[in-house]
Design a protein around this ligand. Structure first.
Ligand code: COA
Length: 433
């Protein structure tokens, strides 16, 4: 049977497709802005059909209706990274959190968390019957490869991204056509503080470096200050619209990359339609599963790899908390440690932890004598090197505990320096200078 016949035979409605999800099964949803909204909505609309379905998902950029109050009997969300729509459910006991490095999620699906159903969102098939995973290859492709049943939303708005990012129609069980707009993320507001952080980070970046950037105001602010650099490259778990601007400005060329030269390598994307149009059928961008892109050994094959991530708290020893405020889980490790480790092993690489010096509208310092009770260390003091705030740069590797504490106090908000100095002097029995 040719793929067009297969396609016609597998085509169904969302309501019909979700009947193939069984009670007590494990369902994995395509990541971030690739979640198949039409299929998820049908599953939740038909919630009465199911009992105790485990919904595994990482960053959810949609509404996550399966973890709203009233859904407890039907669904239990297992989050690999909490976001705006899932934090409350976790805080109120309606969702669980599994700590896991992004790079290790595919292995979990192949071993301890076998996938019953993968709900994915793909582009239209090409002339050979291959659909592209579009904006998220990451764990989404590996989940589809090991799931017992694959339900795909096929969407003309999904860009056809290149790399190891395809699934053949023959490997999909049920196809649902629905051309919803792909979820877009509006560019964040960049204020004075973010600009100062961006400028400090940019001072650590040289022409020809390869960058990993996260999402949000700080990475976007860093990009603003890279306009006078030359031949930068990208090897990142994700990127957003800011990268498109620098490609168009001729700053990101990937020419100097020693690994995948000429290509931006990435595992998922989040941004506006401008980004999705840029990556569509674009050989400058290659997408691979996350157990490749985020493997620290693969990252380290890029010389001069600069990783830039953000965090919630740093203590005076350089221990970094990124996923919780005290005991309250707010996000997940994602690729932070994958990239910190890869950058540390990269020849000429640097790892940067960039954050505003305060949180909660200036009421608390992010640099603290001790991390909050209940908080978990995300990146250890052995892995951390550069910590950047709007007040400067603290370089920690090779420094004693006393020197680290001094360097960190120097970049703390001036309002909090006196109490940090007091903690320093009590602890180290020496004067702060
Ligand atoms: N004390 C108390 N509250 C704090 C705090 C602190 N030290 N630091 C942050 N918060 C609060 C903020 O006030 C905010 O609360 P609100 O939602 O009520 O306003 C909330 O925690 C989130 O902080 P914010 O600074 O707005 O988060 P962000 O969007 O800039 O993200 C991280 C920062 C650290 C949460 C995010 O970068 C992350 O999850 N990192 C880990 C994963 C990672 O690095 N992945 C790799 C790159 S994709």
């Amino acid at each position: 049977m040719n793929w067009k016949e297969l396609y016609r035979n597998k085509l169904t409605t969302a309501d019909e497709a979700v009947r193939h999800i069984g009670s007590n099964s494990r369902v994995v949803i395509g990541h971030a802005v690739s979640e198949p909204t039409a299929v998820i909505n049908a599953m939740v609309k038909n919630a009465e059909q199911y009992e105790n379905v485990e919904i595994v998902h990482m960053v959810s950029m949609g509404q996550s209706p399966y973890c709203l109050p009233g859904m407890e009997k039907h669904f239990r969300h297992n989050s690999l990274f909490l976001g705006a729509s899932t934090r409350q459910a976790a805080a109120e006991g309606r969702a669980d959190v599994t700590p896991v490095f992004f790079s290790e999620i595919p292995r979990l699906f192949r071993t301890t968390l076998p996938v019953d159903v993968a709900l994915i969102h793909v582009s239209e098939p090409d002339q050979h019957g291959y659909c592209s995973f579009g904006v998220a290859v990451d764990y989404t492709k590996p989940a589809a490869e090991c799931a017992k049943t694959v339900i795909a939303q096929v969407n003309r708005n999904m860009p056809r991204t290149l790399g190891d990012s395809f699934i053949h129609v023959s490997n999909i069980d049920y196809l649902v056509e629905s051309d919803d707009p792909i979820i877009e993320l509006s560019p964040p507001k960049i204020g004075e503080v973010e600009c100062a952080i961006g400028k400090n980070c940019a001072s650590l970046i040289q022409d020809g470096d390869t960058l990993q950037l996260g999402i949000g105001a700080i990475p976007d602010a860093v990009l603003l200050f890279l306009k006078d650099k030359h031949d930068l490259g990208i090897h990142s778990e994700m990127f957003s619209d800011g990268v498109v601007e620098l490609v168009e400005a001729g700053v990101i060329t990937n020419k100097k990359k020693n690994f995948h030269p000429g290509k931006s390598v990435v595992t998922f994307l989040m941004g506006t339609r401008r980004l999705y149009d840029y990556v569509d059928n674009n050989p400058e961008v290659e997408m691979y599963p996350v157990d490749y892109v985020n493997d620290p050994c693969v990252i380290a094959r890029n010389d001069n790899l600069i990783s830039i991530n953000s965090c919630v708290q740093v203590d005076l020893m350089g221990q970094v908390v990124s996923t919780s405020v005290g005991l309250k889980q707010i996000s997940g490790v994602g690729g932070q440690v994958d990239f910190v480790r890869g950058a540390n092993m990269s020849r000429g690489g640097k790892t940067i932890m960039a954050m505003p010096s305060t949180a909660a509208k200036g009421k608390v310092s992010k640099i603290v004598p001790l991390i909050d009770e209940g908080a978990s260390v995300t990146t250890s003091r052995y892995d951390v090197n550069y910590v950047v705030t709007e007040y400067g740069i603290a370089q920690l590797k090779g420094k004693t505990l006393r020197e680290r504490a001094q360097a960190l106090i120097t970049i703390a908000h001036p309002d909090f320096r006196p109490e940090l100095v007091q903690a320093f002097e009590e602890r180290f029995h020496s004067k702060f200078s």
